[in-house]
Ligand binder design. Structure first.
Ligand code: GLU
Length: 446
């Protein structure tokens, strides 16, 4: 296979959500797997709706997911390329001006539907004479521009969907440029894919219908051997059947981050939902990359239950190595020689990462200790072994307390846990004890 160049091409008109993360990660993991290039392309030709702050927010969200683009481009800075491509199409006689208003087109479509015909643009504008066009322009009418499709069947071998074809005779000639001179998505996308050497277009299956048109444009503006491979993946939907809308804010990447969900869990769910691999926690994007193969992506539905995310996030945390979280711990002032054993002691008890601050207070700070059995604590204090302590200290100490007091089982452990941690439950006391250290333990037993 040629070394791939892929792109993720969001419109910066809102924040990205879990469904967009799926497309972004499919591209990114595919590029990584084949040592290729990943381009972030902002489809911001709609200057009204696109916002720089959304572009920046999308970059933040992608970084959080672990995606670092090799190149970032903005379509709003590439208009000259699109104009040149349009000129080329005009010179080939394949881009033609149309003057119908939206109302006229609408009435025409309704008539066609009424007669049982497909509502395809009838190419009436192609029949306008030079004089008629000049007359319309003199009246102040501005044309929009349509691409004259070649009425043939376009075939491609979709990496997800297999052999695919669309009969272009069944399509309306697509509008490439609006009357105000602004670009629709179709042409700029092809121009950029050619210019940036994109080899694989991996996107949602809502773009299947654009593909035949775009392949014709690739062939005209580039050449047949520069048509990229296409992979149209199924779209994520929550198990209640709703799609994910960019504007609803539901399951936006930023929202998930704010609620403490692990980025790796988000990536895992986004990538593995609907695959033959069940959605199980992974330890790194590398591991996810190994599990992911675009050509094995199912065509069936990709439904998931948003409620799964909390559990998946917790399970993801439980498997993370210290190296994976070192910087995040340091950001909470959890550093130094205790940091790694601390992480290994508490990770299995975390629901969200922020819970580390609770346990760090238990080992390094002040707690509200609870005295349940004064007599037991007195004995425990008396029998407290000298340091150095390790993971076996707790068992030895317990043995001694048991002998001295006759307490055992819960009656022994529970008061100790409450006194030393202030909590009913938590990480193994054997691991916590050396981290809390003799001085703090003593203070909490007194
Ligand atoms: N801006 C388009 C979208 O967000 C990109 C589609 C494509 O990947 O070609 O749907």
């Amino acid at each position: 296979m040629r070394t791939p160049t892929v792109r993720f091409a969001p419109s910066p008109t809102g924040r990205i959500h879990l469904g967009n993360a799926r497309t972004a990660l499919f591209n990114y993991l595919f590029a990584r797997r084949h040592a290729g290039r990943f381009i972030l392309r902002f489809d911001d030709t709609d200057l009204e709706r696109s916002r720089e702050e959304y572009a920046q927010a999308i970059e933040v969200d992608l970084t959080w997911l672990g995606i670092t683009p090799d190149l970032t481009v903005r379509q709003s800075q590439r208009f000259a390329l699109y104009a040149a491509a349009a000129d080329k199409l005009k010179a080939m006689g394949r881009l033609y001006p149309c003057f119908e208003t939206a109302d006229e087109l609408d009435r025409r479509r309704k008539r066609q539907i009424g007669r049982g015909l497909p509502p395809v643009y009838d190419r009436a504008a192609l029949k306008l004479t030079q004089e008629e066009k000049a007359e319309l322009i003199a009246q102040g009418r501005k044309p929009h521009w349509r691409f004259q499709l070649d009425h043939r069947t376009v075939n491609w071998n979709d990496l997800v969907r297999g052999p695919s074809h669309i009969d272009c005779a069944s399509l309306s000639d697509p509008v490439l440029m609006r009357e105000d001179g602004s670009w629709l998505y179709t042409l700029p996308s092809v121009v950029d894919d050619l210019d940036l050497g994109v080899t694989h277009v991996i996107r949602g299956e809502d773009h299947v219908t654009n593909t035949a048109v775009q392949i014709q444009l690739f062939e005209l503006l580039g050449s047949a051997d520069r048509v990229p491979d296409f992979a149209h993946h199924n779209l994520l939907a929550s198990s209640s059947g709703e799609g994910l809308s960019k504007r609803s804010g539901a399951l936006s990447i930023a929202g998930l981050r704010d609620s403490g969900i692990e980025s790796l869990a988000v990536a895992t769910l986004a990538v593995l939902t609907g695959s033959s691999d069940s959605v199980q926690a992974v330890r790194s994007l590398d591991e996810l990359q190994v599990k992911f193969d675009i050509t094995h992506t199912s065509r069936g539905s990709a439904k998931f239950d948003p409620a799964e995310l909390d559990g998946l996030s917790a399970r993801t945390l439980h498997g993370l190595d210290y190296e994976a979280v070192q910087d995040r711990l340091a950001a909470h002032d959890i550093a130094g020689h205790k940091a790694e054993p601390f992480w290994l002691a508490v990770r299995g008890n975390l629901t969200t990462f922020l819970d580390v601050t609770v346990w760090w207070r238990v080992v390094e700070g002040e707690i509200e200790r609870v005295v349940e059995d004064r007599e037991l604590l007195d004995a425990a204090l008396r029998l407290l072994p000298p340091e150095p302590w390790d993971a076996t200290t707790f068992a030895q100490w317990n043995g001694a307390i048991k002998q001295a007091t006759g307490r055992k089982g819960k009656a022994l452990f529970h008061p100790l846990r409450l006194a030393l941690t202030g909590r009913e439950q938590g990480p193994e006391m054997a691991n916590l004890l050396p981290l809390i250290g003799r001085a703090r333990v003593t203070a909490r037993l007194v």
